[in-house]
Design a protein around this ligand. Structure first.
Ligand code: NAD
Ligand code: IPM
Ligand code: MN
Length: 357
């Protein structure tokens, strides 16, 4: 039975890295006869330029019909002055929300070949394999009321609302416990329960759930400490579960443990495992168009897609092994370059992964 993957290149380096990831997906598709077909759409600034909105109804319909979505990244200076309701990022938030992609898996794994590429000491990061499970369709990103209002004294005030309902906490918590069961059986729930009531409830629900997973060890940590611990001793963690905003911030920090933000893939899943796959990084306007972006986070996101949404784990492993091989060959985009290695462009890296399949 054929499977359809919707391709959304997005903005900035998005089209450059998606082209390489698609090259790799095409290659395994042909080699292994996977029967994957494609549809194509626009998201973010690219969609604003063509349709005036960051996510069109047509693209959303294509997304609903597809088995999985591959996204590059959205946003850039060209659209930064637009009203927040029609910015590129709104399109991304809308597709996540409309498809109920509440579970965002962000694995931070250090390839041993990149131990020197991290800004942290090799002994701090070597062997690192942690998973950040970020809630993606709730919290302060979506809470109402929100906006900018004018106070009686004429001054303007910006406001957002940090909200979590029990069912939202429970479903992401379950996801984290289930993932931990397949790993090292530890969940650290990250909150700010010393200050924010929404996270007092978060902690309570995690404790309640924990009774159903006696084989998994649950601990709690405040987010400020978690940020520090991630840099001090990241290997103490197995699975970290947290809300939308904390997860966004902590995963960028965790990216640097792996050598570069250009190495961190992600899966955003609904309750049935349908999902969108994208690198954790953004559209990197500062390097867009130069052919130097690291495509590996996007290529590794394709591997996650094959594993989680397309039920093709062997093909996923094939890609991950190929990535490891090109790193063995010493090939490095500038973001992960260290002395003695061979500097390659975005497309040379993609070609090398295809050749290593
Ligand atoms: P960014 O992740 O785009 O870039 C941060 C830094 O990391 C930059 O110096 C960039 O050059 C570098 N970088 C990122 N990806 C890289 C890669 N693959 N290879 C090499 N270097 C890489 O974050 P930012 O600069 O804060 O945001 C830029 C734009 O991207 C904004 O419009 C933001 O809203 C958007 N954004 C989108 C997503 C997404 O689509 N999921 C995620 C984050 C940011
Ligand atoms: C990410 C990005 C997005 C987020 C933005 C662009 C809306 O930073 O995917 O990590 O905050 O979720
Ligand atoms: Mn982010």
């Amino acid at each position: 039975m054929s499977k359809t993957v919707l391709i959304l290149p997005g903005d900035g380096i998005g089209p450059e890295i998606v082209a390489e990831a698609k090259k790799v997906l095409d290659a395994v598709n042909h080699q292994e006869n996977l029967g994957i077909e494609y549809s194509h759409g626009k998201l973010g600034g690219a969609s604003i330029d063509e349709y005036g909105v960051p996510l069109s109804d047509e693209t959303l319909a294509l997304a609903r019909e597809s088995d999985a979505i591959l996204l590059g990244a959205v946003g850039g200076p060209k659209w930064d002055e637009l009203d927040s309701a029609i910015r590129p990022e709104k399109g991304l938030l809308k597709i996540r929300s409309e498809l109920e992609l509440f579970a965002n898996l962000r694995p931070a794994i250090l390839y041993p070949q990149l131990a020197d590429a991290s800004t942290l000491k090799p002994e701090v990061v070597s062997g690192l394999d942690i998973l950040i499970v970020r809630e993606l369709t709730g919290g302060i990103y979506f809470g109402q009321p929100r906006g900018i209002r004018t106070l009686e004294n004429g001054e303007r005030q910006g406001y957002n609302t940090y909200v979590y309902a029990e069912h939202e906490i429970e479903r992401i918590g379950r996801n984290a416990f289930e993932m931990a069961r397949k790993r090292n059986k530890k969940v650290c729930s990250v909150d700010k329960a010393n200050v924010l009531e929404a996270t007092v409830l978060w902690r309570e629900v995690m404790d309640r759930l924990s009774a159903e997973y006696p084989d998994v060890e649950l601990s709690h940590m405040y987010v400020d400490n978690a940020a520090m611990q991630l840099v001090r001793a990241p290997k103490q963690f197995d699975v970290l579960v947290t809300g939308n905003m904390f997860g966004d911030i902590l995963s960028d920090a965790a990216a640097m443990l792996t050598g570069s933000i250009g190495m961190l893939p992600s899966a955003s899943l609904d309750k049935n495992g349908c999902g969108m796959y994208e690198p954790c990084h953004g559209s990197a306007p500062d390097i867009a168009g130069q052919g130097i972006a690291n495509p590996l986070a996007t290529i590794l996101s394709v591997a996650m897609m094959l594993r989680y949404s397309l039920d093709m784990p062997a093909a996923a492993e094939q890609i991950e092994t190929a990535v490891s091989k090109v790193l063995d060959q010493g090939l490095r985009t500038p973001d992960i370059y260290t002395d003695g290695m061979k500097k390659v462009s975005t497309s040379e890296m993609g070609d090398a992964v295809v050749a290593a399949l």
